[in-house]
Design a protein around this ligand. Structure first.
Ligand SMILES: *[C@@H]1O[C@H](CO)[C@@H](O)[C@H](O)[C@H]1NC(C)=O
Ligand SMILES: *[C@@H]1O[C@H](CO)[C@@H](O)[C@H](O)[C@H]1NC(C)=O
Length: 630
């Protein structure tokens, strides 16, 4: 198809006058049987001479995406019909010569519908059923009142756009007003499947005409028998060769001649039944020139954007009615057509930068800035990013370097108060190193020269004078109820050199602050009170001692308000240590057998009591102890 179109381009633009009458219809003058019909120019019974039909086909193979002019429709045109031959991704567009857009202007694709322009109403159709293969069209009745330009918004190979309109007649032959390039009328000339002019059409265009094949041997049968002997059939030549090259055929031709003179006479003088039949013989057997046979373009390699397409280019030669593939070298005298070319089905959606860079996120140092980047379709809609070539996406964020950050010392005012009421003191201010946002500040960089944070101050000389100084109050002496607390009170003399502690009498002229005061803690409530322990009931080996425990209120009256678990013990063990006999140097056993003396109960006697003092005393103590427990 494509190469058909390409070759059609080779032909110039023609405009023809339609002279073929419309099909029969009942009289257009409303008289039944009048047989009159409306001609192309709307004249009832007219013969189309009142107008001229301008029609043509725009088939330019375009390469650049965008608006391309197809044809100009002059003022006064009627019955305008611009129709795309096959559905495509291309769009028709229409605008006035003055530049006013009527249909599909400024890359905006209009809906199908009616659009007023040039003094008439255009009906714009875009068949959108999937099954439909019909292309876009617009039609208008006209007449137009200004020159209109028809364009194609080109996105993919142009399938051809047919246009026609009618103009009031001025000349019998009209030259087309559209651009030569790419425009051609459909003519009667035939084309073969590759769009080459067919042999017949080509030959006609080139001025070579084949003679009729059949020899003129159809003669009336009735001939006077007497004249047979005077005239004979004779081979007088052959027909023209059926092909100028590549083996054609020709036929022998016999003519009627005088038997003796061999002069040619009318064939009717010979007996047609004896005429020899024509013999076929080959002719012009020399090969025809080789030619490039151009195949159809392949599909475009890309569905959008610039792609490639390819076609087969073969060197071929005609021989004996057949077209044969031959070596390319035979075509070397001809320029070899391109076997590949660029193509573009539609414009790809493309990246658009929709905003300037934002300001840098930081006043100094390295920050970020951003901008809006969108994928925009060829009609200007925002579409998914995936529809654009992600490799070509302009960045929408980047670092920005606002230069090194300058830092400056910042400080407050000096404090109003001097640290000393009199004499030398200091006053202070706060100093801090911060990033400054004004690059022209004279102090750039904090450096080591930190401004002073303290400054000397002097509220005038101090007179030497004594004063009582007090320390902080101490702890209250009671945990609850009323107690007392104390603080230090000293007499000091203040001078330029500082403070000196002076004897209290130096301050005696001044009121001395209190050194003690009562203090009140929370109310105590009921509390356990108890006496001291009694004496222990034994001196050794465990005795008991007792004390009295009472619960008393703040008013020292008996109370039940004490916590029983905290009640002090009223009785406890004492002197649990074992009893150790006292060793008296003056009371010792002087005999080894004092135990016998004890058994013999001789201790009652003074002599034995002295001689066995220790044993007798021990027995006496044991006896007295057993008596006291009995
Ligand atoms: C317009 O032209 C196209 C293509 O030649 C044809 O198919 C169609 O019928 C025409 N339309 C009208 C309304 O004449
Ligand atoms: C050659 O072509 C002619 C015209 O197309 C056809 O009538 C004829 O039969 C062909 N001859 C051969 C040998 O194919």
């Amino acid at each position: 198809m494509l190469s058909v179109l390409a070759l059609l381009l080779l032909l110039g633009l023609h405009t023809r006058i339609l002279v073929k009458p419309w099909p029969q219809s009942p009289g257009c003058d409303e008289f039944l049987g009048s047989g009159k019909e409306m001609d192309k120019c709307g004249v009832c019974g007219g013969d189309n001479t009142a107008c001229k039909l301008v029609s043509g086909m725009f088939q330019h193979s375009l390469s650049k995406v965008g608006y391309h002019k197809i044809v100009e429709i002059p003022e006064g045109a009627t019955k305008i019909n611009v129709t795309e031959m096959v559905k495509s991704q291309n769009y028709l567009a229409l605008r006035s010569r003055a530049g006013r857009s009527i249909i599909n202007g400024n890359w905006a694709i209009d809906r199908p519908g009616k659009y007023e322009g040039g003094g008439t109403m255009f009906t714009y159709r875009r068949p959108n059923e999937i099954s439909s293969t019909a292309g876009e069209s617009f039609l208008a009745e006209g007449p137009t009142n200004e020159v209109l330009d028809v364009y194609m918004i080109y996105q993919q190979p142009n399938p051809g756009v047919h246009y026609e309109y009618i103009l009031p007649s001025e000349n019998s032959v009209l030259q087309g007003s559209a651009d030569d390039a790419g425009n051609t009328v459909t003519s009667e000339t035939g084309y073969d499947q590759y769009g080459r002019p067919s042999q017949e059409g080509y030959e006609q265009g080139g001025g070579h005409r084949y003679p009729p094949h059949t020899p003129d041997n159809q003669v009336p049968a009735a001939q006077p028998p007497r004249r047979q002997r005077e005239h004979n059939w004779k081979l007088i030549g052959t027909t023209d060769c059926s092909a100028s090259c590549g083996r054609g055929s020709r036929y022998t031709v016999f003519g009627c001649v005088h038997r003796i003179t061999h002069d040619r006479v009318s064939d009717t003088l010979c007996d047609s039944s004896t005429k020899p039949s024509a013999q076929e013989e080959p002719c012009n057997v020399q090969p025809c020139p080789a030619f490039w046979d151009i195949g159809e373009w392949s599909e475009c390699s890309k569905t959008c954007g610039l792609g490639m397409q390819h076609r087969q280019i073969l060197c071929r030669q005609v021989y004996a009615n057949r077209t044969l593939n031959v070596q390319s070298s035979r075509c070397r005298h001809l320029e070899r057509p391109e076997s590949s070319g660029t193509c573009q089905m539609k414009i790809c959606s493309e990246w658009q930068i929709r905003s300037e860079w934002s300001p840098c996120s930081v006043p100094c140092g390295v920050g970020q800035r951003s901008r809006e980047v969108r994928c925009v379709s060829n009609v200007g809609d925002f579409v998914e990013d995936e529809e654009c070539n992600m490799k070509l996406r302009p960045s929408d964020a980047e670092n920005c370097d606002m230069g090194p950050c300058a830092k400056s010392w910042f400080h407050t005012d000096w404090a109003n108060r001097c640290s000393a009421e009199c004499g030398m003191g200091v006053r202070s201010r706060s100093v801090v190193c911060l990033i400054n946002h004004i690059s022209s500040l004279p102090l750039e960089g904090c450096g080591s020269e930190r401004p002073p944070e303290v400054q000397a101050c002097n509220n005038g000389p101090c007179e030497s004078r004594t004063e009582w100084f007090t320390g902080p109050w101490g702890q209250c002496s009671a945990e609850c109820g009323t107690g007392s607390q104390q603080r230090a009170v000293v007499c000091l003399m203040k001078s330029d050199e500082g403070y000196n502690v002076m004897p209290p009498y130096e301050c005696s002229s001044l009121d001395k602050p209190l050194g003690q005061q009562s203090c009140h803690m929370k109310a105590c409530g009921a509390k356990w009170y108890y006496t001291s322990w009694s004496a222990c009931s034994k001196t050794c080996e465990g005795g008991f001692r007792v004390r009295e425990v009472r619960c008393l209120s703040d008013e020292m009256t008996p109370s039940e308000g004490c916590e029983e678990g905290l009640k002090p013990e009223e009785k406890e063990e004492c002197n649990t240590q074992p009893c150790v006999p006292q060793i008296d140097e003056n009371c010792r056993d002087k005999y080894f057998n004092c135990n016998v003396v004890v058994q013999a109960r001789l201790c009652v006697y003074n002599y034995y009591k002295m001689a066995c003092c220790a044993s007798c005393t021990r027995v006496a103590q044991r006896q007295s102890a057993s008596r006291s427990y009995r």
